[in-house]
Design a protein around this ligand. Structure first.
Ligand code: AMP
Ligand code: GLY
Length: 424
């Protein structure tokens, strides 16, 4: 099987690492990839939204399966592009068509979907510019904190949680009238604040059947104790200790099954990963915070290493719509990943810092995120630079192993959180 992975982060390196272990892989490509993927696959210098370029490469290299890492190409319709081209329509795309990708591309669409299918989520209403006054009234009817969400993609920045009613009203106006998030905030979803602990549930579906992959918990804030600005993710652990059998069953029965059934009922074709952001609220109830139409990053760096199956077998089963025949075999150990970032991230930071000591790392798996090769050296090339994944008998042991291995490497300005799992 020839596989192309789209993307250039830790998630894509992890998928490449896993796929490259399969003897059933003939050729593995990553576009555009990073210094880590270059060691196990062929990096192709094509951007993830250059559909023409990707299509040409897929034909030339006889790619059978394209695994789409990030959401943007899905929301922009890469799957539809392939289906509409006779030379590409036979290729399996792991990732939904534009319609299915709207679950991530529009929060209003996702909320309406959940409402239609009785999937537990925060109560909400959505507003556009001409409904500004109604929006103010709705805010006044709620108690703080107030949750305001830009409807469209806003690179993870489109959610505001505010305590002050006047500030909430001001922000609503800035989003709707002054286009705070551009077109993404032409519609704003205002929702009830949910208090609880978050986790991520990953599902793979062939459109007919589904498998629940290991659940994970990520740490999004830059600072220890979950303080400071939001980032792409500073670490993750899997499994999630508070997900017992009872809670798992609730997630499957109340959320996963109705989601898969709802897609079918609504005639939304969907092949690929569904990442369900969940929150456990009082009374042990799972509620959906959001849908994403891809794997999470850094969650992938702990989820995939816990799957023992040959990933090619799994992808082949998805292609042939017989995912029900796959029995997932999981590593019973815990996995943890800790992200080393560039100093200053998630605000401005410098790139091009030489990374030293990688050869000394023995007990962790190093997944590259923002790295590239420059004159034979690995240098930083983004905010999130490296993910250190380790196994352990529990997440604490796994996290400790990542820390002791992080001690062995260095680049100018390196920073990582030393409290991953602190709240568990
Ligand atoms: P989202 O982009 O929808 O995942 O939202 C980003 C973050 O905002 C989530 O990970 C939560 O921490 C928080 N959040 C979103 N919606 C709510 C809500 N209704 N109640 C509490 N926190 C929320
Ligand atoms: N870790 C959160 C995300 O990938 O969106």
């Amino acid at each position: 099987m020839n596989v192309l992975i789209l993307g250039s982060g830790g998630r894509e390196h992890t998928l490449a690492w896993k796929l490259s272990q399969s003897r059933k892989i003939d050729n593995l490509f990553v576009a555009p990839g990073n210094a880590g993927t270059a060691k196990m696959a062929t990096n192709v210098d094509i951007g993830v939204t250059d559909f023409e370029g990707i299509g040409q490469m897929v034909v030339k290299e006889k790619v059978d399966v394209v695994v789409v890492g990030p959401e943007v190409p899905l929301v922009e319709g890469i799957h539809d592009f392939f289906l509409e081209d006779a030379t590409l329509s036979h290729v399996t795309i792991i990732g939904p068509q534009k319609l299915g990708a709207t679950l991530e591309g529009s929060k209003e669409f996702a909320k309406e979907f959940m409402k239609r299918h009785n999937i537990p989520t925060a109560a909400y209403r959505s507003f556009s510019e001409d409904g500004l006054e109604e929006g103010y009234n709705f805010l006044t009817s709620l108690s703080p904190p107030y949750v305001l969400k830009a409807d469209g993609l806003a690179a993870g920045k489109g959610v505001l949680i505010l305590n002050d009613i006047e500030e909430a009203k001001r922000e609503l106006k800035t989003m709707l009238v002054d286009s705070k998030f551009g077109d993404a905030s032409r519609t704003v979803v205002i929702e009830e604040f949910l208090d609880g602990i978050e986790l991520s549930c990953f599902v793979l579906t062939d459109g007919e059947h589904y498998k629940i992959l290991p659940m994970a918990k990520d740490y999004k804030r830059i600072g220890e104790g979950d303080t400071g600005l939001n980032t792409g993710g500073m670490g993750a652990i899997s499994p999630v200790p508070f997900v017992d059998k009872d809670f798992y069953n609730k997630i499957e029965d109340r959320i996963v099954k109705p989601t898969i059934e709802g897609l079918k009922e609504d005639g939304i074709p969907y092949v690929g990963f569904i990442f369900i952001g969940l929150i456990k609220v009082e009374g042990n109830e799972p509620k959906v915070i959001e849908y994403n139409v891809r794997m999470g990053d850094p969650e992938t760096e702990v989820v995939i290493p816990r799957i023992k199956n040959d990933l090619v077998d799994v992808l082949k089963a998805v292609t042939e719509k017989r995912l029900d025949e796959i029995e997932l075999e999981l590593d019973q150990r815990s996995a943890a990943t800790v992200i080393a970032v560039s100093g200053g991230y998630p605000e401005s930071y410098e790139k091009g810092k030489e990374i030293n000591g990688l050869d000394a790392v023995k007990e962790s798996i190093v997944f590259h995120a923002g790295t590239k090769e420059s004159n034979g050296e690995v240098v930083s090339n983004g905010g999130r630079v490296l993910a250190f994944t380790s196994y352990g008998k529990d997440f604490k042991e796994a996290v400790e192993t990542s820390y002791s291995n992080l001690d062995k490497i260095h680049f100018d300005g390196i920073y990582y959180r030393k409290d991953i799992g602190f709240d568990l």
